[in-house]
Structure formats: structure tokens, C-alpha cells
Design a protein around this ligand. Structure first.
Ligand code: HSE
Length: 428
């Protein structure tokens, strides 16, 4: 029989337990598809006694994940510990230096250290794969590095944080409070240990930076992602946007402009009838635009035990078949240093003003917008709430600089009762 591929799992949280379940359930299937057995030989986690709902008795145990990464009987180290430094980084580096392939679900680690770690893998002639780090169960990294490898990528964008999409869509459907919905997402196992990483946009920004590097052949530049979370999105905005035909999504967009790479992770409005606009719950969606293929839309579960473990095992199967695709789709030493775009593309915006209910206020607002080159496309004023008039404006395409200048002037007016809200409308 062909030599088995021997796996070690570092970290037995939700994803680690999911990997154990797949290998235990699908041993025959994996062997048939890989042409060789795929076996777990050793595991490591913080607690040995915790009940994970899976049988751990057949595997060697290491208290120290770094020791796991050094074992002679291991071919592939699966890192599902998490965290950008500490034990995860030490374990991955040790495994690579010891000639073991690494499969990781750790987006933070790669977003910060991806270039160095990919170089280390190449120097040691082993694979470093990260499908599970981006959009959970959706095989987007494989799509970019394999199926779409003949295309020049024009734009990659998507909803890449299940927790945020869950919060926004459940709030919209039920009118429930932000904090309650976040608590549900935590209980369902979608959210990160520290949920501010989710709602602040950082988790999704990690993922976007990995996709951008893969799509555009640049070194991972997490610091170049403009990040804004969903914390300031109110039920009012969700409802008013819906009334104007849109839905609010935490949307990541990466594109190569003439002056460099644009990477944004921020709440955006998308048409309610678009593919992105119909995305519900914990689902993720990634859209890739290639010069020859056109637009590809991938949708699926972006978090949770089964989907993330499925993505990890997809990478393991490639390694079992002898594939060693470069981490970011081309040799790490050829990835170019990222030039950041300073301009960003113009866009339409949704604006919400809370104005005093006084004569001439609307005229003053629209005049100020016009004076700053901001053209109004649609406008709606809702019933007054006490002495406050809520006004929604959808602009034509405009630069963010011009818009911010106009909003700064309006915010300073006595009749502006709250800071104006501006949310970008993405053309999808
Ligand atoms: N917390 C993440 C999410 C899990 O909600 O999408 C997957 O990265």
C-alpha cells in the first residue's frame, strides 16, 4: 500500500474537533481520493481532559504544540490554535523548519507574518496552505490559485465575516438589539474569542489582505487595509437602507488602481436584489472578477466546525496527492512589495442626516453638498421625531474627500443635531 500521509493537529477547539470527525468518518473516502491513507498520528491542545465529543484514544498526545511540530512521524502539521504570534507562530515555524508541510486556518498569523512564513516554507521545500483562513468552507483560495490562475484579476470582494453578516441580517429581520444578536453568534460558535475582532472588521480584513496578495501578486499588506467595523450601524440605517432598496454588508473590496492596491473592509450598501444583497445569516460570499472569465460568485458557510474543517482537509488532500502550490499562487520571493493606492475609486453614498425641523434647513444642506461637488441622486425625508427631521440622501458618484469636506461643514451647522452618517454604495 502507498505510504500514508501522517497528520498532526495543533489545537483542538471547534475546528480541530471538526477535523478529527472528518478523518474518523471519511477515512476510506480520503484514502480513495488521495490514492493513499490519510491518518492522524498525534495531537496537542491546552486541555487533555476536556470532552470534545470525539475519541482521542488512538493518537499520541503532546502537551506542547512545538514538540508536536518536531515529531519524526508527522508529515503535515495542521495549525488551528489561532493568534498572530505566540504558540501558533512558533509551532508553524518549527514545523516548516523541520520539513513538514503546514495547513493553517490562522488568518491573523498570515495577515501579519504571511510573507516571512511563505518564504520559510519555500526555503524548506514544503507546502504552506491556508484555505480555511478565508471565508470558512468556500474554496476561494483554490479558485484563485488554480481554477482562475490564467486570469488577470480585476477586483476581489465579498462578505467574509459570518458573525457580522449574522448580526446585520438578524437585526434587520427581527428588530433585535445588536448586543443580543452578537451573544447568539457567540453561542453558535461563529464569533472569535474576542468578538471585537469580528465586529471591528479586523477578522474580515485579515482575510481580505490574504486574498489581495493571492489575486494581485503582492506581499500581504494588512496594514494597508482601510478598516471600519459594524459597531456604528444602527437599526435605523438598516431599515432606511432597506427602504431605499439596499442592504448593509460588511464588505471587503480589493482592486489594483493605477496608483496601487486599494483594500477596504467597511460597511457598504449593496442593492437588495444583487447576489450580495440576498446573503443571509452566517453565510459568506466572495466575488472575483477576472479579465477572461468575467464574474465568479462563491457562496457558502463562512464559519463553524464543519465548514472550516472541510477547508483544512481540502488543503490536506492536495498535499496527499503531491501538490505543492505556492502559498499565494506564485513563489513568495516574487511577490512584489505593495504600493498602496491613495485615491480609491469614486462611489455613490447613502447619507443620513438628523436635522432640526426649521425653515430653510434642507436648502442649506443641499446647497452645501452642491458647493462641494456632491450631486444628489435621490432624497427622502421621514416623519419628524419630536423636533428632528431624519433625511436620507443617495448621492451620485463622488470622491470620499469631496464628500467628507461637505459633511464636515454640515456637521458644524447648528441645525445638524447628530453627526451625519455616510455609507458607501458598492457597485456589484
Ligand atoms: N469569526 C469568524 C466569522 C470565523 O464570524 O466569520 C471565521 O473566521
Amino acid at each position: 500500500m502507498t505510504k500514508p500521509l501522517r497528520l498532526a493537529i495543533a489545537g483542538l477547539g471547534t475546528v480541530g474537533a471538526g477535523i478529527l470527525k472528518i478523518v474518523q468518518q471519511h477515512g476510506d473516502l480520503l484514502a480513495a481520493r488521495a490514492g493513499r491513507p490519510v491518518e492522524i498520528v498525534a495531537i496537542s491542545a491546552r486541555s487533555r481532559s476536556k470532552d470534545r465529543g470525539v475519541d482521542l484514544s488512538g493518537y499520541a498526545w503532546e502537551d506542547d504544540a512545538v514538540a508536536l511540530a518536531r515529531r519524526d512521524d508527522v508529515d503535515v502539521l495542521i495549525e488551528v490554535i489561532g493568534g498572530e504570534d505566540g504558540p501558533a507562530k512558533a509551532t508553524v515555524e518549527t514545523a516548516l523548519k523541520n520539513g513538514k508541510h503546514v495547513v493553517t486556518a490562522n488568518k491573523a498569523l498570515l495577515a501579519i507574518h504571511g510573507q516571512d512564513i511563505a518564504m520559510l516554507a519555500e526555503e524548506n521545500g514544503v507546502a504552506l496552505r491556508f484555505e480555511a483562513a478565508v471565508a470558512g468552507g468556500i474554496p476561494i483560495v483554490k479558485a484563485l490559485t488554480e481554477g482562475l490562475a490564467a486570469n488577470k484579476i480585476k477586483r476581489v470582494m465579498g462578505v467574509m465575516n459570518g458573525t457580522c453578516n449574522y448580526i446585520l441580517t438578524v437585526m434587520e429581520h427581527t428588530g433585535a438589539d445588536y448586543a443580543d444578536v452578537l451573544r447568539d453568534a457567540q453561542e453558535l460558535g461563529y464569533a472569535e474569542a474576542d468578538p471585537t475582532v469580528d465586529v471591528g472588521g479586523f477578522d474580515a480584513a485579515h482575510k481580505l489582505s490574504l486574498l489581495a496578495a493571492t489575486a494581485f501578486g503582492t506581499q500581504v499588506d494588512f496594514g494597508g487595509v482601510k478598516i471600519e467595523g459594524i459597531e456604528r450601524i444602527s437599526l435605523t440605517d438598516i431599515k432606511d437602507a432597506a427602504d431605499m432598496g439596499y442592504r448593509i454588508k460588511l464588505l471587503g473590496v480589493a482592486r489594483m488602481n493605477d496608483d496601487g492596491l486599494e483594500q477596504r473592509m467597511q460597511p457598504c450598501l449593496v442593492p437588495a436584489t444583487s447576489a450580495l444583497g440576498t446573503l443571509e445569516g452566517v453565510s459568506n460570499m466572495v466575488i472575483v472578477e477576472g479579465d477572461h472569465v468575467g464574474q465568479i460568485v462563491l457562496q457558502g458557510p463562512g464559519a463553524g466546525e464543519g465548514p472550516t474543517a472541510s477547508a483544512v482537509m481540502g488543503d490536506v488532500m492536495d498535499i496527499a496527492r503531491g501538490l505543492n502550490i505556492p502559498t499565494f499562487g506564485r513563489p513568495a520571493k516574487t511577490l512584489t512589495k505593495t504600493q498602496r493606492s491613495t485615491t480609491g475609486a469614486d462611489a455613490e453614498y447613502y447619507l443620513r442626516f438628523s436635522l432640526a425641523d426649521e425653515t430653510g434647513v434642507m436648502a442649506a444642506v443641499s446647497t452645501t453638498l452642491g458647493e462641494h461637488g456632491v450631486s444628489i441622486n435621490r432624497m427622502r425625508q421621514y416623519d419628524h421625531e419630536d423636533d428632528m427631521a431624519p433625511v436620507i440622501i443617495v448621492t451620485h458618484k463622488v470622491s470620499r474627500t469631496k464628500l467628507d469636506n461637505a459633511l464636515g461643514v454640515i456637521a458644524a451647522m447648528d441645525v445638524s443635531l447628530e453627526k451625519p452618517i455616510a455609507i458607501r454604495i458598492e457597485t456589484v
